[in-house]
Design a protein around this ligand. Structure first.
Ligand code: TXA
Ligand code: MG
Length: 316
């Protein structure tokens, strides 16, 4: 791959104009969302989307999320339904991705969906992402802005550490507030299926719908493809549900289980989610095995434990 000098832009109007112009010209631009930094490319340009896969070293069968500025733009891409409307009105803009059937004339490259007949769409809440997407006007495909399989980026520094020289620019607007990727749901007739736990707690969706949402196992046919078990992986090994560190291990604490770093001394799961990837990046830089305290399996704890299990999974 040819070497590019990666520009560092900020959230000023002039820099966002430049970022949007780069995207429209088919270049790759990383930008902040409220969940993690995304690696954006114009979803309608096959070459731009192909370049995303190359920059990340991502297997081409794993489809991408199309980011749009608002509900109206989303409705041009996918078949809308009553449930989609209800979820979008309640949770967009925000950390929710919906997988819906593609609509005729959508214009999105088949590389975004990896050939599926559905598209994952999301309207991010981050003001900088909003301003950028409004300027682009159309869908921007954006996986997390990290090399495939590595820890997701929640700062522009994380993006640069993984992708410098492989992308045209990064828009730096500080740390991401939510810190874990969006919650992904599939919608099939009147059923909502959880495809990936994330930054929107499942309980909030269930409260809105007044019914439990199905998990992936219950609905295998809607499985998010390419969710490799080993993912979000630091260089060092990761051991979960540890009450203390063993000799030579670093300890990532939570609540009363204190350690080298503590995800949230008060046991606040939202704070823990926001710190998760940054703390993994920090501990990983010390090149020692990492032990992690138990995290409760509720609210954002589902997303945190999902990412930690992948970080701890056996590697290829
Ligand atoms: O918070 C987020 O969602 C971040 C930020 C940048 O928006 N993006 C993100 O994208 O996490 P990515 O590419 O790392 O994860 C997309 C996930 C993948 O697991 C993929 O399998 C699933 O979405 N996905 C995409 N299109 C799908 C489809 N049509 N059907 C089922 N799953 C799909
Ligand atoms: Mg990712």
């Amino acid at each position: 791959m040819s070497q590019t000098c990666t520009l560092r832009l900020n959230s000023s109007p002039a820099d966002l104009d430049q970022a949007a112009a780069l995207l429209r010209a088919g270049a790759l631009v990383a930008f902040p969302t409220e969940t993690v930094y995304g690696l954006g490319g114009d979803a309608r340009q096959g070459e731009a989307v192909a370049a995303i896969y190359t920059a990340k070293g991502r297997p081409s069968f794993n489809p991408l999320i199309a980011h749009v500025a608002d509900i109206e733009t989303a409705q041009k891409l996918v078949e809308w339904s009553d449930i989609a409307e209800k979820l979008a009105r309640a949770f967009w803009p925000g950390p929710l991705t919906m997988v819906l059937p593609l609509r005729a004339g959508h214009g999105v490259s088949g590389l975004v969906t990896a050939g599926l007949s559905t598209l994952a769409v999301r309207v991010p809440a981050h003001p900088t992402a909003q301003q950028l997407l409004h300027r682009v006007g159309g869908p921007v495909a954006a996986p997390s802005a990290n090399p495939s399989g590595r820890i997701s980026p929640t700062t522009a520094e994380h993006v640069m550490a993984g992708l410098k020289g492989r992308i045209a620019a990064v828009v730096d607007d500080g740390a991401c507030g939510v810190g874990v990727e969006s919650t992904i749901v599939g919608i099939d007739a009147d059923q909502v299926v959880l495809l990936r736990p994330g930054g929107l707690a499942v309980e909030e969706i269930e409260t809105l719908l007044g019914q439990p949402i199905l998990t992936r196992d219950a609905k295998a046919k809607l499985t998010a493809p390419g969710q490799m078990l080993s993912h979000y992986a630091p260089n060092a090994s990761v051991r979960l549900n540890a009450e203390t560190a063993k000799d030579g291990e670093l300890f990532l604490g939570f609540g009363a289980y204190d350690g080298d770093l503590n995800l949230s001394p008060n046991g606040d799961l939202a704070e823990a989610a926001a710190n998760l990837f940054d703390y993994l990046h920090q501990l990983d830089a010390r090149h020692l095995p990492i032990a992690v305290a138990p995290i409760p399996e509720l609210g954002l704890g589902l997303a945190i434990n999902d990412r930690l299990r992948r970080a701890a999974a056996p590697r290829d």
